[in-house]
Ligand binder design. Structure first.
Ligand code: SF4
Length: 581
């Protein structure tokens, strides 16, 4: 594709949008903000939209968006050498001061490399110069384990944009040159400058230490930066509306951040603590402002009902004429009032995550609901008139046996009975759609030291699940293959040596098996190794607030099949998890 065609396409995109920001560049810090996937995917990502808004909220910053070209055009664009341009002013990325990435998914890591190349930059920081834009990589995934991306980034943003963006601007305004800028950022909370550290390895391949280079002043660990309170903060919400996106012109809004349930496998739960509700009045005001552009509200929160005013918020959204799609709902949150409100808004499906079929295993993973409560919730859901139920399960959990797999089948059968009982007289029967994923142990969770369950065992369990769940009318199960999870685990659990495989996978079109073989990256070492005696884990360079002794005691409690109950969730959180001190 020629440059003029890229500019033309950007202008066409802009013509269909409402809410983008266009500012003069002069005298401002220029930020090209990339979502490492297509426009279609990226514009439905609330994190990306939020960072765009936060950057542009600063008078001293102009932020414009960049996306990966559609698959059909990618090869031609790479071959033509035409530089990727921003949507707003159709300016090549290389003319910006900062090339920032908002990354939500491990699978997009190869796309970061592609976008750097499309921007005319060398993928590795060590090969770039101070004349290139500063490459800043942030987003949910990177503050959990930034190491596989470390060689590509000048700076990794570890934490929440609300705190980091003003600090980035201050550092730019005060710095005399690139070295000075990096030093200032490294001295600030939440900025990790990978090139300021030597990573020392032991003979067995594990990390012995991250050693800050003496002249840099870099800290021994980088503390995550998070908002102390959301009392006076606007909730993240869609600001740009476009019909050309995955979720259509849906108005997305974050109602409450975090979840206090402390499920032992859940990195989102641990990493967004403490639970912080956004102000009800601001949520409703933003929803009212967005109503002319959208009739559908997507409530993006992992624990929606931890908001103290959730029922009032839903009532008002329904009154405004919104149909409402919640993200998955926590089973212990469901109430008849809540379900009634969702039904009135037109929703036909509820999504919940029992995770497993037995109470015993739910105590191991700290999912604090019982089978009786799940069945009571199913009763409430179908009695409220919902057609369909989506269920999320995991396999490969610690202490899991065949009985636990059978228990998933038995519970689904009982839920199906409930559905049939409520729907038989109505003329049509809904669906139960189950999704089963192997556990990928995640950094920053109780399971961070665990190896992933080995291929053969997971394969056997997948086959077993397929045979258990087949042949039930109105029940459809999607059971993920083991290989998919294996490479995802490599990207989650790896260190900076994995970057070579990311580059190779980018070159060969996503063939991870070949990429790992070609680069000699020992994927099994990262995925299948018990890390419990490792001195340093790759993600220890970031201090997310929760300490090892907490995770270790949670692990032991899990083996004793004990829950850590979250009775008064928000209060308990603040006491247990002082991440903001
Ligand atoms: S309830 Fe859901 S969001 Fe909360 S910690 Fe558990 S899995 Fe994570």
């Amino acid at each position: 594709m020629q440059s003029w065609q890229l500019r033309e396409r950007a202008r066409e995109i802009l013509a269909k949008e409402v809410g983008y920001v266009s500012k003069p560049h002069g005298g401002r810090l220029r930020v090209a903000l990339a979502f490492p996937n297509t426009y279609f995917v990226g514009m439905s990502n609330l994190g990306f939209q939020t960072v765009y808004k936060l950057f542009n909220a600063e008078n001293g910053i102009v932020c414009e968006r960049v996306f990966l070209p559609p698959k059909t055009e990618l090869a031609a664009q790479l071959a033509s050498g035409a530089p990727v341009v921003t949507i707003e002013s159709q300016t090549p990325v290389s003319e910006f001061d900062v090339f920032a990435f908002s990354v939500s998914f491990e699978w997009d890591y190869t796309n970061i490399v592609t976008l750097l190349r499309l921007g005319g930059l060398k993928p590795r920081a060590v090969d770039r110069t101070a004349r290139d834009p500063l490459v800043v990589i942030g987003g949910a995934v990177t503050f959990v384990n930034p190491e596989p991306l470390a060689p590509f980034a000048d700076v990794i943003a570890a934490g929440e944009g609300e705190v980091l963006i003003p600090s980035l601007l201050t550092a730019f305004n005060s710095a005399s040159d690139r070295d000075d800028l990096l030093r200032r950022l490294a001295a600030d909370r939440g900025f990790y400058v990978p090139s300021f550290y030597d990573v020392r390895h032991s003979d067995d391949g594990t990390i012995e230490a991250f050693v800050p280079r003496p002249e840099t002043g870099a800290p021994v660990v980088v503390k995550k930066a998070a908002l102390k309170t959301t009392d006076a903060v606007d909730p993240p919400a869609t600001t740009i509306f476009t019909p050309d996106t995955e979720l259509g012109s849906r108005f997305l809004i974050e109602v409450v951040r975090g979840c206090a349930n402390l499920c032992r496998f859940c990195w989102a739960g641990y990493n967004y603590l403490p639970v912080r509700a956004f102000p009800k009045d601001r949520i409703l005001q933003l929803a009212a402002n967005a109503r002319p552009h959208s009739a559908r509200a997507g409530l993006v929160s992992i624990a929606l009902c931890d908001h103290p005013d959730i029922e009032e918020i839903l009532t008002r959204l329904v009154e405004m004429g919104y149909s409402i799609s919640p993200a998955s709902l926590r089973l212990d949150d469901l109430t008849p009032t809540l379900l009634e409100l969702l039904r009135r808004s037109g929703e036909r499906t509820i999504t919940v995550a029992p995770e497993t079929g037995s109470d015993r295993l739910r105590r191991v993973i700290n999912k604090t609901v019982t089978n009786d409560e799940i069945l009571a919730a199913a009763e409430m859901i179908f009695a409220s008139g919902f057609d369909n139920l989506k269920l999320y399960f995991m396999i490969g959990l610690p202490t899991e046996t065949d009985d636990d797999l059978v228990a998933i089948h038995d519970m689904t059968l009982q839920i199906r009975e409930t559905m049939l009982r409520h729907q038989r007289g109505r003329g049509h029967i809904g669906r139960i759609v189950g999704s089963v994923n192997p556990l990928v142990p995640k950094p920053g969770t109780t399971y961070q030291w665990l190896p992933m369950e080995d291929d053969r065992s997971i394969d056997r369990k997948i086959k077993r699940m397929r045979s258990l769940m087949g042949g039930m009318d109105n029940v459809y199960f999607n059971i993920k293959s083991e290989r998919h999870s294996f490479y995802q685990a490599l990207l989650s659990l790896g260190d900076r040596r994995v970057a070579a495989a990311i580059e190779a996978a980018e070159r060969n079109g996503g063939n991870w098996r070949a990429a790992v073989a070609e680069t000699g990256v020992d994927a099994d070492f990262f995925v299948f190794r018990d890390r419990s005696t490792d001195k340093v884990l790759p993600w220890d360079i970031i201090d997310g607030g929760l300490k090892d002794h907490f995770f270790r005691s949670e692990f032991d409690k899990g083996l004793r099949e004990e829950w850590t109950l979250p009775p008064k969730r928000q209060k308990e959180n603040a006491r247990l998890l002082p991440i903001l001190q």
